[in-house]
Design a protein around this ligand. Structure first.
Ligand code: NAP
Length: 273
């Protein structure tokens, strides 16, 4: 397994780091580089509670010299900063990147060509994970040139969910479906919960019913089953479910979701210009 440096390790980077440490006992060196002592403390305390046996195996630092040492001694660099600070990160560390590195970017909307301009190495992978990576149920799309570390890079993302390789030309659509998608699903869970409250359930009970129902339905679909077939299995003739489904159709649920995906993909394309 390659040695890995998380250059910028906030919410998403830490989730991927923890997933990777939990899933792999035999691996190369791992480091996490941030900008402030408070972030070092934050990461160390998450590691302490999530993977206590691994705390001493990870170098967590905000010292420039140590960050430079981590970059130079790693094979895979996971860029986990925000897109706005990419130019500053590039200016600060570009001289340390060599053709022996593969750079994997988590940055939403930043294209491979822009990443190449910034870091100047051939082997660059663009990743679009989503926040359920934090509970090991993420969906990550990957594209780009993996170099010699493909197995290690796949392992890193598979440790926090599913992984698909998808051409970069489809990344705006991917962003709109799986990147932004958790927010749409949270809205649905919220609405289902409040519907239950409207009909007399306590909020906590309704939330539990709604969230477990979404989890169960997603597990039934499992990425491959046709949801229309599964939906038909729930609807008895003239029953309760078809009454609810007809109301959702009347209010344009499907058109609203499809239009939301188009709006998010259009926005992603606009931000990527
Ligand atoms: N959250 C999502 O749903 C999602 C989904 C897909 C992709 N993404 C992408 O994932 C990336 C990270 O998102 P996030 O939510 O994890 O962000 P975040 O919590 O703000 O983390 C950003 C990290 O970058 C570090 N950083 C900032 N400037 C730096 C510098 N000059 N050198 C080194 N490190 C630096 C920060 O250090 P400090 O901790 O010291 O401030 C922090 O650890 C973003 O580019 C975002 O577009 C996010």
């Amino acid at each position: 397994m390659a040695s890995v440096c998380f250059l910028g390790c906030g919410n998403l980077g830490t989730a991927i780091l923890v997933g990777y440490l939990k899933a792999t006992s035999s691996r190369g060196a791992v480091s996490a580089c941030v900008t402030s002592p408070s972030s070092v403390q934050r990461i160390l305390s998450i590691l302490e509670s999530e993977v206590p046996m691994e705390v001493s195996t990870v170098s967590v630092t905000c010292e420039t010299q140590e960050i430079e040492r981590c970059i130079a001694s790693s094979q895979v660099i996971i860029l986990g900063c925000k897109p706005q600070v990419l130019p500053a990160v590039g200016a600060q560390f570009r001289a340390l990147f060599t053709e022996a590195h593969t750079v994997v970017s988590l940055l939403a909307g930043v294209k491979l060509a822009k990443l190449f301009e910034t870091v100047g190495v051939e082997n660059i992978v663009r990743a679009m994970p989503n926040t359920p990576a934090m509970v090991g149920a993420g969906m990550t799309a990957l594209c780009g040139q993996f170099g010699p570390f493909k197995k290690s890079i796949l392992k890193i993302f598979e440790s926090c969910g599913k992984v698909l390789e998808i051409d970069e030309s489809k990344f705006d659509a991917v962003t709109a479906v799986s990147g932004s998608g958790p927010a749409y699903v949270y809205m649905f869970i919220e609405a289902l919960t409040e519907g239950g409250v409207r009909m007399g359930l306590p909020y906590a009970t309704s939330l539990e019913l709604a969230s477990q129902t979404v989890l169960g339905a997603a597990t039934m679909v499992g990425g491959t089953q046709n949801p229309a077939v599964l939906k038909a299995q729930v609807m008895s003739p003239a029953g309760t479910t078809i009454a609810g489904v007809a109301t959702l159709e009347d209010h344009g649920l499907r058109a609203a979701v499809m239009n939301a995906v188009k709006a998010a993909a259009d926005r992603s394309a606009e931000l990527g210009k």
